[in-house]
Design a protein around this ligand. Structure first.
Ligand code: NDP
Ligand code: MG
Length: 381
């Protein structure tokens, strides 16, 4: 019986993780759950899964849960520190990092130091502090299994091959909710339209990132760190059917692709059970219902966020952290209807142009740049 902590259990990945756990009751036990502020759903999850620990990051919301947890005899924490405590607890074997945003860096590092089996959905952490995280992981011997569907696919295709045998990674993407909207209409698209993703049902932030293709930019940086491969060996392919989750080309010309249902429970289960592979209750892929697989190159004029992500990756230093932080703020402003859709890229570009990178790259320097970028982006918005 493996004891699982799910950080961000009230989000889209968190809920899907609980569904996977529910379908394998003899294999997994929920040890810890967390939300940022959604206390109502967290209460329901606590009642159903009976963890021994929970965190509500927002302290004022955590207060409202005190009587409830006392009756059930479970430990309640708050703030980011609460996430770190659960991530490194002796009562936990597997940590699922399903919170959104760059603050996931801290619980991710805590779970790495504690040598946990880590199922990593969060990508902003790797974009922000990839070098530090990967160095810490190599030192600790903890295991990071990617949950992001493309990275989970790449992980499975590479399997035990040396990265020196990999010629290229084809990272695929469905193209997001605005793939069929012409460029001239983008300035006027509504939040509702942007959130209507044709293939994946996900949290709001990542759904907006999918529409701007920033998600793909972040994912290319994420892949470069996770697999220790240069950015110029990663090629983005728009694949609207969203069935090939990515491909790896080896030096002999062999290409291995990962295919499967468009359902996050697939990579989540793989990451939870790795290195084992177990039966899944999900429906199998039905090829008689697939007419064709198509591929397109991304239109960089329509999607400036992609170019910005590539530029930030090339500049390195604190630029990727700044890119991510400015994007988080611009997406928030768009969701709150303070800026239009095409302004997201404009805000990020302005912040990147104003940035003076730090010569030091310790975590403090990176988060100083992250904070600076957030303030800059907010003032522009
Ligand atoms: P959601 O917005 O649906 O959920 C986010 C979760 O994290 C919620 O539990 C939320 O709590 C909590 N949370 C939000 N902000 C913070 C914070 N600052 N500190 C601690 N907890 C926080 O996101 P998703 O599930 O869609 O995505 C989670 C991560 O996984 C992201 O990094 C995303 O890029 C990545 N990912 C998601 C995929 C998907 O299918 N959704 C696919 C691939 C990757 P509350 O509910 O209280 O707000
Ligand atoms: Mg993805």
């Amino acid at each position: 019986m493996k004891r699982v902590a799910i950080l961000g259990s009230t989000g889209s990945i968190g809920i899907n993780t609980l569904k996977v756990i529910e379908s394998h009751p003899k294999r997994f036990k929920v040890a810890g759950l967390s939300s940022f502020s959604n206390v109502e759903l967290l209460k329901k999850q606590i009642k159903r899964f009976r963890p021994s620990m929970a965190t509500v990051v927002e302290p004022s919301k955590a207060d409202g849960l005190k009587a409830f947890v006392k009756r059930r005899g479970l430990k309640l924490f708050s703030t980011l520190e609460g996430l770190n405590i659960i991530a490194s607890s002796k009562e936990v074997d597997i940590v699922v990092i399903a919170i959104s945003g760059a603050s996931a860096v801290y619980p991710l590092l805590a779970s790495i130091s504690a040598g946990k089996h880590i199922c990593l959905a969060n990508k902003e952490s790797i974009v922000t502090a990839g070098d530090i995280i990967m160095k810490a992981q190599a030192k600790s011997g903890s295991r990071i299994i990617p949950v992001d569907s493309e990275h989970n696919a790449i992980f499975q295709c590479i399997n035990s091959s040396s990265i020196s045998k990999v010629n290229k990674i084809y990272l695929t993407g469905s193209g997001g909710s605005l793939r069929n909207v012409p460029r001239r209409k983008l300035a006027k698209v509504s939040v509702k339209e942007v959130l209507r993703h044709p293939k994946w049902k996900m949290g709001k932030k990542i759904t907006v990132d999918s529409a701007t293709l920033m998600n793909k930019g972040l994912e290319m940086i994420e892949a470069s760190h996770l697999f220790n491969i240069p950015m110029d060996k990663i090629e983005l392919l728009i694949h609207p059917e969203a069935t090939i989750h990515s491909m790896v080309e080896f030096i002999d010309g062999t290409i291995l692709a990962h295919l499967g249902a468009t359902d996050m429970r697939l990579p989540i289960q793989h990451a939870l059970t790795y290195p084992e592979r177990i039966a899944s209750p999900l429906p199998m892929l039905d090829f008689s219902r697939i007419e064709a697989f198509t591929f397109q190159r991304p239109d960089t004029a329509k999607y400036p966020c992609l170019t910005l992500a590539m530029a930030a990756a090339k500049l390195g230093k604190t630029y990727p952290a700044v890119l991510n932080a400015a994007n988080e703020e611009a997406v928030k402003a768009f969701l709150e209807r303070r800026i239009g859709f095409t302004k997201i890229a404009k805000v990020i570009e302005k912040v990147l142009l104003r940035h003076t990178p730090s010569p030091n790259l310790a975590l403090n320097d990176i988060f100083q740049a992250d904070n600076w970028a957030r303030e800059e982006a907010r003032s522009i918005c």
